[in-house]
Design a protein around this ligand. Structure first.
Ligand code: VGL
Ligand code: ZN
Length: 191
């Protein structure tokens, strides 16, 4: 569906970090394929003066979500390690961008970029009403960020050509659509 960008829009890029890439500790199949389309979205939003938010998983070394510490995941995105860095080719604009770290305390996990962060506050302060979400993993952090955004009253668009999942995204995409998100692709955005 065609969407014209407006001043109340923001882009949210979810967890495009080395550990979620095929060479990382918690690899998302084809996770690196999101970079090229996301760079195009980032460029469009940045040129229009619209804010771009980058979430990142940013765990302490003994995080509760890790195997051996009460969780199910291999250790991943440990603060300040190479695995927690953004993919080297991800375009991070020089201004009007925000880095949102989540899952930063040992005893709490966060799949949603809104959980335990200032993301909602930062969006509200800027009058953002519609968010466009892409990144990894479709069935975990993308899904929870989308559902969190809908719950907080944002209109949410899923960047269907710029997401990849861990265990199959079909069901997760259906769930997001049932909750009210709309799928868009690059060709759908008009400037
Ligand atoms: C994620 C599993 C564990 C994600 C983060 O970014 O989707 N998945 N931590
Ligand atoms: Zn995590």
């Amino acid at each position: 569906m065609k969407v014209k960008l407006c001043p109340h829009d923001a882009l949210i890029v979810v967890d495009v970090q080395n550990d979620f890439m095929p060479w990382g500790a918690l690899p998302v199949p084809e996770g690196d394929k999101v970079v090229e389309p996301l760079n195009q979205y980032i460029d469009i939003f940045h040129r229009k003066g619209l804010p771009v938010f980058f979430t990142r998983d940013w765990h302490p070394p003994d995080h509760i979500s890790f195997k051996g510490h009460g969780g199910i995941w291999p250790p991943h995105c440990v603060q300040d390690t190479e695995g927690a860095m953004f993919h080297k080719d991800l375009f991070i604009p020089p201004d009007n961008k925000f880095i949102i770290s989540k899952g930063t305390s040992r005893d709490f996990d966060a799949y949603s970029g809104f959980q335990g962060t200032f993301l909602d506050q930062l969006l509200r302060e800027r009058g953002v009403k519609r968010i466009f979400v892409g990144g990894v993993a479709t069935d975990y952090c993308v899904k929870n960020t989308v559902l969190g955004g809908l719950h907080l009253g944002y209109q949410v668009f899923l960047l269907h050509d710029a997401v990849r999942g861990l265990e199959g995204s079909t069901r997760a995409i259906e769930e997001m659509q049932e909750a009210g998100t709309v799928l868009v692709e690059r060709g759908d955005l008009t400037i």
